[in-house]
Ligand binder design. Structure first.
Ligand SMILES: [Zn+2]
Length: 471
């Protein structure tokens, strides 16, 4: 178009066409005005008015005659239908017509329309009658009583049976859309849910009870409106996949986390749930000295006793447990390789220690026996290695199942760490990554998705609720 407009002739022809159309509109308006004027003038004449009235009456009469005709044809049909031959003929005609798919579709649409109108009318009628009835308190009470009976049961025995049936299964129904677990009453089968195919694509293939896909009522409500459910997997609400190396015990996780959240956790009087009491102090930690101080052992089943203190001078410790140094170092190495939060910290792990210890052991054995052993020998030796169990006398808890009978280091030695000593606590509101740095075994060193990358914004309170339900 822009190229064509550069041509002068094209521009002129365009202008002329526009002018012509404007002239046409003007002439039409002029015509309308003139006809109106002529009509108003003509209506001043009595004869013209009378002729106009007569024409209107004629059209009305035509309608009346049409209605009369319809009535007479109906009557004739009713009369004719009393004869069996006519009925048979009519049925045959209908049968022939129904062979035409277009006719069938027409009939279906007509029926659908009729049903819609009928239902709407019924609904309105029911609403009105219920509203008027509910003004009397007796009916409201009666309805409440009926609901109660349906829900709880009429007798005490019935109530007990209903209660047992309800609590027989815990929240074991996993929603295939949000992956949260629910009780039976909160879920419906995905196959029976009335949702569109597009909404169905927002669900995952997750199956739970009876190998079926279930859908919670919250997700169902959103899917019915063809919206992405707020807490659904498709909205980025998913835990990162936890690798085997991050299966750590609590104190092992503390040693490699970059923040230590000091808090008081107490068991609630009933229900066995835990609650935090008082403030949470978020202390940044430098992992490097702890990692350097950990003893290097080849066997991952070797454990050492560790105490975590607020200060080294304190007598009491916050946490004491037996930990597996090799597992801790492996987990840290994985985080250093895969997590952006750890890569930026520049933590150095001495990776040659394993090789050095193996070589030193080999040399020692060669000196003693005068023969070198192969890798397979080492493996079989490790597998058949007897170990003695030493219970922790100092009240340490945790993985005490395997202890060392290595001559190189003292098994009764307790390693004391105070990584948070002389560190200044950071407010949880200022420290954006505190959560991920505190619990590397939950978040695997990965940040949660930002709201900008989600289909729908998720508030932090919803995330917290979602996290509790999943845990
Ligand atoms: Zn759900």
């Amino acid at each position: 178009m822009t190229k064509a407009r550069q041509n002068k002739e094209f521009r002129e022809s365009e202008l002329k066409a526009k002018q012509r159309s404007r002239e046409q509109i003007d002439t039409k308006q002029k015509e309308r005005k003139s006809t109106l004027k002529a009509k108003t003038k003509a209506r001043q004449n009595k004869e013209f008015r009378e002729s106009e009235l007569k024409a209107k009456q004629r059209s009305r009469e035509e309608l009346e005659t049409k209605q009369k005709e319809r009535k007479s044809t109906l009557k004739a049909k009713i009369k004719a239908r009393q004869r069996k031959e006519y009925c048979d003929l009519e049925i045959e005609m209908k049968r022939l017509l129904r062979k035409n798919p277009l006719q069938l579709e027409k009939e279906r649409l007509k029926k659908q329309e009729n049903r819609k109108v009928h239902r709407q009318m019924e609904r309105c009628r029911d609403k009105l009658s219920k509203a008027t009835k509910r003004k009397t308190f007796a009916l409201v009470d009666h309805e409440r009583l009926l609901n109660k009976k349906r829900h709880i049961g009429c007798t005490i025995d019935e109530s007990i049976v209903k209660f047992h049936a309800r609590v027989a299964n815990g929240p074991i129904y996993a929603c295939s859309c949000c992956h949260q677990t629910w009780f039976r009453k909160s879920v419906v089968q995905l196959d029976k849910a009335h949702i569109t195919l597009e909404s169905r694509q927002l669900c995952t293939d997750l199956t739970s009870v009876d190998g079926k896909q279930w859908l919670c009522s919250t997700c169902l409500a959103s899917l019915k409106e063809e919206k992405v459910p707020k807490l659904s997997v498709k909205n980025g609400m998913l835990w990162p996949k936890k690798p085997e190396v991050l299966n750590l015990h609590p104190l092992e996780e503390r040693l490699i986390s970059q923040r230590i959240p000091f808090m008081q956790i107490r068991e609630l009087p009933r229900g066995g749930q835990l609650s935090a009491k008082g403030n949470i102090v978020n202390v940044p930690v430098d992992i490097q000295p702890t990692i350097n101080a950990l003893p290097r052992q080849v066997d991952e089943h070797v454990t050492i006793a560790v105490k975590l203190k607020k200060r080294l001078s304190h007598k009491s410790s916050c946490f004491s447990e037996n930990i597996r140094p090799k597992v801790v170092l492996k987990a840290l190495k994985w985080l250093m390789e895969n997590s952006e939060l750890y890569k930026s910290e520049n933590i150095k792990i001495d990776e040659t220690w394993e090789k050095r210890i193996t070589e030193a052991n080999d040399e020692l054995i060669t000196e003693l026996t005068g023969s070198s052993r192969s890798k397979d020998d080492r493996d079989s030796e490790e597998a058949s290695d007897d170990f003695c169990e030493i219970s922790a006398d100092d009240g340490t808890q945790g993985n005490t199942d395997t202890l060392v009978d290595d001559t190189d280091f003292d098994t009764n030695k307790i390693y004391v760490f105070a990584p948070g000593e002389n560190q200044k606590p950071i407010s949880l509101y200022e420290d954006k990554d505190a959560e991920y740095l505190c619990f590397p075994s939950i978040f695997c060193g990965q940040r949660r998705l930002d709201n900008e990358k989600r289909h729908k914004n998720v508030h932090y309170s919803d995330i917290a609720k979602w996290g509790i339900e999943k845990c």
